[in-house]
Design a protein around this ligand. Structure first.
Ligand SMILES: [Fe+2]
Length: 264
């Protein structure tokens, strides 16, 4: 395993790192949530100060952004809070500008290395203003009514996905589950209590390798979260909240692969 199990940390409690060492401009401050020790794929929250500038160039690997607060301008396109932007590796990005303080969730598929002033002529995908997207009822069997999704990125080959998940207030999900894929999630707003691991509030984050038992769940005020998987998500239910990943793996290893039920 090259990225360990992280069960509920708070972004505000993470130390601030300067990304200048990986080609980013001065003042590129970030709070790292998790990183793969082998590929250097990283999930973090950028904290860009007023007047921030980053030169044009390319990310070495594909990155995904979601603006949490403030405005980030990339080239001549301004992204406000709630906007998702896919930044394919090797595709030229215009200059980054933030006139006011700006906070951005970011996840990369590999090292976050940035190459200033280099890149191909391909065009960036259009940003997604998620505040205007329709919710869909989750097509993945299991959870009680009250869980909705906005798929943002789905790899049709691997089933890896990134999506917003919303749940209604007073959401009661009285089951203990595990998945056969990585599950990673950042809470944007609201709350959710996990019976075997604690309370998530705005800024809370977890990274779960496959087969980790978690639950049951209750949300008082509802929640909006940003989640990712590395393969199709499916739900397996068990009775013991402290059942080990090894036991879960042993029980499900002969099952057919999970179908990919998500699409953008
Ligand atoms: Fe889960």
């Amino acid at each position: 395993m090259t990225r360990g199990h992280i069960e509920i940390i708070q972004t505000a409690e993470q130390p601030t790192t300067d990304l200048e060492s990986v080609g980013w401009s001065f003042d590129s401050h970030a709070q790292v949530l998790s990183q793969d020790s082998e590929t250097e794929a990283i999930t973090l929250v950028l904290q860009l100060p007023p007047g921030y500038r980053r030169w044009a160039g390319t990310h070495e690997h594909t990155a995904e952004l979601y603006v949490l607060s403030g405005f980030l301008t990339i080239g001549d396109v301004t992204l406000g809070a709630g906007t998702y932007q896919l930044l394919p590796g090797g595709v030229m990005q215009g200059q980054w500008r933030a006139d006011e303080a700006c906070s951005v969730w970011m996840k990369t598929d590999g090292t976050p290395k940035f190459n200033p002033n280099r890149g191909g002529g391909e065009r960036l995908p259009d940003p997604l203003n998620t505040t205007k997207m329709d919710w869909i009822i989750s097509p993945i069997p299991g959870p009680p009514c009250g869980l909705l999704l906005k798929p943002l990125r789905v790899d049709t080959e691997t089933g890896a996905s990134t999506f917003l998940s919303g749940i209604v207030p007073q959401y009661h999900y009285p089951f203990i589950e595990y998945h056969r894929c990585v599950e990673e999630s950042f809470l944007i707003r609201g709350d959710i209590r996990l019976g075997n691991s604690g309370l998530m509030t705005a800024g809370s984050y977890f990274y779960r390798p496959p087969y980790i038992s978690h639950g049951p769940f209750y949300s008082h005020a509802g929640k909006l979260g940003l989640s990712s998987t590395d393969a199709p998500l499916d739900n397996h239910y068990i009775d013991d909240p402290f059942r080990s990943a090894e036991q879960n793996l042993a029980d499900s290893q002969y099952e057919a692969p999970a179908p990919n039920l998500l699409s953008t």
